[in-house]
Design a protein around this ligand. Structure first.
Ligand SMILES: Cc1ncc(COP(=O)(O)OP(=O)(O)O)c(N)n1
Ligand SMILES: Cc1nc(C(=O)O)sc1CCOP(=O)(O)O
Ligand SMILES: [Mg+2]
Length: 212
């Protein structure tokens, strides 16, 4: 995985999209230049069973067309079955060591909120860490209180080369603060799912990480 892949990491499931077709939102986001995608079909009224797997495959196929890594949230079995590029897990999911064993050298992303969690993630070869929620978010019911950028800044100083993505309540107006704090990129749900102009939103975010 390249650190640049984290620049604009789009996360989506059917529950995040109102009044549009989720697959159309993903296609527009891919056309506009997202650099990584996470399939996160989670929450009330989301797909299950064969419909869940079919939707994951549809998203994966589109990501392949645009050469964008396809990452599966939480569901290690699905990731392995589909031959996804990677998996993202948090502290409530399977232990990092066990996931690493199951996925071999696929990309492993781990959410961390403390030094202890960070050290465990690194010990088992996390390829990147997700730090958040930086700001308050309405997209994750069980999110922790907003943390701001202090922990992110600390981790960046401690590990200058570690791929870090910031998440939680990030939008076009506040994204510059996580960029300044040292994130390699941002992970967003609502900023893209609820955008009236996905192409413009994607360009605005990407310019923060590519313009000096
Ligand atoms: C890139 C990224 N960072 C953090 C998370 C959150 O993971 P987790 O804490 O496991 O919460 P859920 O997303 O599973 O509800 C993430 N998904 N992606
Ligand atoms: C999936 C997720 N994980 C978080 C964390 O803090 O670990 S915050 C979050 C939701 C991000 O959605 P939005 O961009 O709409 O705020
Ligand atoms: Mg999780």
């Amino acid at each position: 995985m390249k650190r640049n892949d984290l620049q604009l990491y789009f996360i989506m499931g059917t529950g995040n999209v109102l009044n549009k077709k989720p697959i159309t939102v993903l296609e527009k986001a891919l056309q506009s230049g997202i650099t990584m995608f996470q399939f996160r079909e989670k929450g009330p009224n989301t797909l299950t069973g064969q419909a869940y797997e079919n939707f994951a495959r549809e998203c994966q196929k589109l990501c392949q067309q645009y050469n964008v890594p396809f990452i599966v949230n939480d569901d290690v079995e699905l990731a392995v079955k589909l031959g996804a590029e990677g998996v993202h897990i948090g502290q409530e999911d399977l232990p990092v060591s066990m996931v690493r064993e199951k996925i071999g050298n696929m990309i492993l992303g781990v959410s961390v909120h403390s030094q202890t969690e960070l050290q465990t993630a690194l010990q088992y070869g996390a390829d990147y860490v997700g730090i958040g929620p930086i700001f308050s978010t309405t997209s994750k019911n069980d999110a922790k209180p907003p943390s701001g950028t202090e922990f992110l800044q600390q981790v960046r100083i401690q590990y200058p080369e570690l791929p870090i993505v910031a998440i939680g309540g990030i939008n076009c107006l506040n994204a510059h603060t996580v960029c300044k704090a040292g994130a390699d990129g941002i992970a967003v749900i609502s900023a893209i799912c609820e955008s009236e102009d996905i192409s413009n939103t994607v360009s605005t975010f990407k310019s923060l990480f590519t313009d000096s």
